[in-house]
Design a protein around this ligand. Structure first.
Ligand code: NI
Length: 175
């Protein structure tokens, strides 16, 4: 899956853990305009500049329900896509995959997080057309991680207090 919006953007600074926009539920997108197209293009540029596999709009300081992925699924098929106003669906019978997870907003460390190994996201694209992204493997993890961001949650909110302290101290040594 290729996304034409994955080229031509300008990288914006990545918002760091602790910034309020990362810890607040993002708003539904209601304006499907040029500004939204530019946001998605810039999100790709920002993600690639930081060597990420996914990025939520609040990670560039914009509190809107938009995320992008450029991530392989369990079959090593690379999925490059954006989704606006996504709704996450998880299987009723869940097989958990406990694996390392990291985040551009908590740069450096990673920590194991158990998540369902299959996920589906339904939303729309920047033109308001329906989008469905089904994910296994790393992509399943990524779809859940990015949906969490839009709900004001960072992956370190899903790990133990002790582990969170370790991760944050490693990412932000001066604080
Ligand atoms: Ni993240």
């Amino acid at each position: 899956m290729h996304d034409p919006l994955s080229e031509g953007g300008t990288a914006r600074p990545i918002t760091m853990h602790g910034t309020p926009v990362l810890h607040t539920r993002c708003a539904e997108v209601t304006a499907f305009d040029d500004e939204l197209v530019t946001l998605v293009r810039d999100m790709y540029a920002s993600m690639y500049a930081a060597n990420g596999v996914g990025l939520a709009a609040n990670q560039v300081g914009v509190g809107l329900r938009v995320f992008i992925v450029d991530c392989p699924d369990a079959d090593e098929e690379r999925v490059v896509a954006h989704v606006v106003n996504p709704e996450l669906e998880l299987p009723e019978v869940r097989t958990l995959d406990d694996d390392a997870e990291g985040c551009l907003s908590v740069p450096g460390p990673s920590s194991d997080v158990a998540r369902p190994d299959h996920a589906l996201v339904r939303g729309v694209d920047v033109y308001g057309e329906p989008v469905v992204i089904e994910g296994t493997g790393l992509l399943a993890r990524c779809l859940q991680h990015e949906t969490d961001h839009l709900n004001g949650m960072v992956y370190v909110d899903r790990i133990s207090n002790k582990e969170r302290k370790r991760v944050l101290a490693e990412a932000f040594p001066s604080t």
